[in-house]
Write a new protein. Structure first.
Length: 229
């Protein structure tokens, strides 16, 4: 099923009106439903119009036997999705397209709490993506791969706490060149602009939590004459 003509802004600005739930275990569904209701979140009857929480089986055999790939394909690509899974489960390939679009998050079921799940559903609704470190290497390799060499170095320096002005001095380039790199970094990492969002902090968090693998560049690789025009 192809994506409908809706964007992340449809989900933003309101609290969770409901959550779709796809889970393998009926007992777990009952327990999780009660826990969500205790936090003021109801289950939505139509998972195609609300953020969807996916709790696949904990066994790879059951994952394939019960056709979970087809079940997830039935949810439109533009619907925000949070997958709660154990690290040993190869769920990345099931949501590869959603990960690439920034429309899916993956949480470690062995460490996540109900409040964490709800927070991640809200972030997913607002068009933000979080992938816990055990799933990050494979799922988000494409993010760093899309950055140019200059953008990777700028991101490295941003993570080190440097301002745009300081980055420009370090790299011997014009500050407006750094500003262009920073805009491209935010765009490629799927970090949307907003009054309540500090995208430098979010980009730094993606690197520090392992969601974006950023190998250090060789010393001096970014030093060049000041760029103009």
């Amino acid at each position: 099923m192809g994506p409908a003509a809706r964007g992340a802004d449809v989900w933003a600005g309101t609290d969770l009106p409901g959550v779709g739930l796809l889970a393998a275990d009926s007992i777990f569904v009952a327990l999780l439903s009660r826990a969500l209701r205790d936090e003021g979140v109801d289950l939505a009857p139509d998972p195609t119009r609300h953020p969807v929480l996916v709790v696949p089986p904990f066994s790879p055999i059951e994952l394939h036997r019960d056709a979970w790939s087809s079940r997830l394909d039935a949810v439109p690509l533009d619907v925000p999705m949070v997958v709660l899974a154990v690290p040993a489960l190869p769920v990345q390939h099931l949501v590869a397209d959603r990960l690439h679009l920034g429309r899916a998050s993956i949480l470690d079921a062995t460490t996540a709490t109900v409040s964490t799940v709800i927070s991640m559903l809200r972030l997913a609704r607002d068009g933000r993506q979080v992938i816990d470190p055990p799933f990050a290497a494979e799922a988000t390799a494409h993010l760093a791969a899309t950055l140019s060499e200059a953008e990777r170095e700028v991101l490295e320096l941003m993570v080190a706490g440097l301002s745009n002005h300081a980055i420009a001095e370090h790299r011997f380039v014009a500050e407006r060149t750094v500003e262009t790199h920073v805009r491209q970094i935010f765009r490629k990492l799927g970090l949307v602009d907003g009054n309540d969002v500090n995208r430098r902090v979010l980009a730094t968090r993606l690197v520090l939590t392992g969601n974006v693998a950023l190998p250090s560049l060789p010393s001096g690789s970014g030093r060049r004459n000041i760029e103009r025009g």
